[in-house]
Design a protein around this ligand. Structure first.
Ligand SMILES: C[S@@+](CC[C@H](N)C(=O)[O-])C[C@H]1O[C@@H](n2cnc3c(N)ncnc32)[C@H](O)[C@@H]1O
Length: 237
C-alpha cells in the first residue's frame, strides 16, 4: 500500500516527533475551544446532517448480532450528540471521552435534559483519546465517530489495542469516519486533523486483534463531502 502518513507529512526529522505531536494535538485543542458547544458546532455548521447521520447509525446498529445492552462508550463525544440521540436509548449506561472541558460540561446538561430513555449518562472522561485507557471488559459497544483523524497514526494503532481490552468478549468497536477516495492521507491544517483512506483504518483495526464484521457507507449525505464509512469490529478469539 503506497500512502503518505501524517508522520511523513508533519515530521520530517525523527527528533522532532514529540514537538510535532504536541503541536498536532495543541492546534486541535485550540480549534475546538473556539467552536460553539452545539449540534451545529459538532457537525462543522452542517447541523441538518444530524437526523440523517443518526438514522444511518441506528440502522447499522440494528442488524448487529448478539449486541449487548449494558455499557457503551462514546469516543470524542463532543457535547454528546451521539450519546443522547443514539446510544442512551439502547444501553443502560453510556460513558463519554472527550478532550474539551466545555463540551463535556455541556454534555451533562444536553444528554440529561428531556431524556425519555431508560439509559443513563455514566462516567465522563475529559481527556484525549491518545491518553485514555478503558476499564477491562466493560463495554458492549465503543463508538468512535468523526474523531480518529485527530490521532496520529501511531496513537491510532495503540488506541485500537487499548479499546480491544475495554470491550466485553462479544463487544463491538464501531468506527464512523470520513475517508479519502484517493490512496493518500489528506491533512486539514485548520482543525489539525487528517482524513485517511479506508485501508489504513482496516489495517490498524486488524493489527489490533479485531475482525471487521460489517462495513457500510453512510447514504444520503450531500455530494461534495468525504465518503463516510461505518465499520463494526469484533475481537478475534
Ligand atoms: C467533529 S466533532 C464530533 C463530535 C461527535 N463525535 C459527534 O459526531 O457529534 C470532533 C470532536 O472530537 C474531539 N476531539 C478532538 N481531538 C480529540 C482527541 N485527541 N481526543 C478526544 N477527543 C478529541 C473534539 O473536541 C470534538 O468534540
Amino acid at each position: 500500500m503506497s500512502v503518505l502518513n501524517k508522520d511523513t507529512l508533519l515530521a520530517p526529522q525523527a527528533d522532532q516527533n514529540n514537538a510535532t505531536e504536541n503541536d498536532f494535538y495543541g492546534r486541535a485543542q485550540k480549534y475546538w475551544s473556539e467552536v460553539p458547544a452545539t449540534v451545529n458546532g459538532m457537525l462543522g455548521g452542517l447541523g441538518y446532517l444530524n437526523r440523517i447521520d443518526i438514522q444511518g447509525s441506528s440502522s447499522f446498529l440494528r442488524d448487529l448480532k448478539d449486541l449487548g445492552k449494558n455499557n457503551a462508550l462514546d469516543c470524542g463525544a463532543g457535547i454528546g450528540r451521539i450519546t443522547k440521540n443514539l446510544l442512551m436509548s439502547r444501553f443502560n449506561t453510556t460513558d463519554i471521552v472527550e478532550q474539551d472541558a466545555s463540551f463535556t460540561e455541556k454534555a451533562r446538561e444536553y444528554c440529561t435534559e428531556g431524556n425519555e430513555h431508560n439509559g443513563r449518562l455514566g462516567e465522563i472522561y475529559t481527556m484525549g483519546l491518545q491518553e485514555f485507557t478503558p476499564a477491562a471488559n466493560k463495554y458492549d459497544v465503543i463508538w468512535c465517530q468523526w474523531v480518529l483523524g485527530h490521532l496520529t497514526e501511531s496513537d491510532l494503532f495503540n488506541f485500537f489495542h487499548r479499546m480491544r481490552v475495554g470491550l466485553t468478549n462479544k463487544g463491538y468497536l464501531i468506527i464512523k469516519e470520513n475517508v479519502t477516495s484517493s490512496n493518500i492521507v489528506e491533512e486539514d491544517k485548520q482543525d489539525s486533523s487528517v482524513t485517511r483512506p479506508l485501508k489504513i483504518y482496516e489495517t490498524a483495526i486488524k493489527s489490533a486483534g479485531f475482525r471487521i464484521v460489517k462495513t457500510w457507507r453512510q447514504q444520503s449525505f450531500p455530494k461534495g463531502l468525504y465518503p463516510v464509512y461505518m465499520l463494526a469490529c469484533r475481537p478475534t478469539e
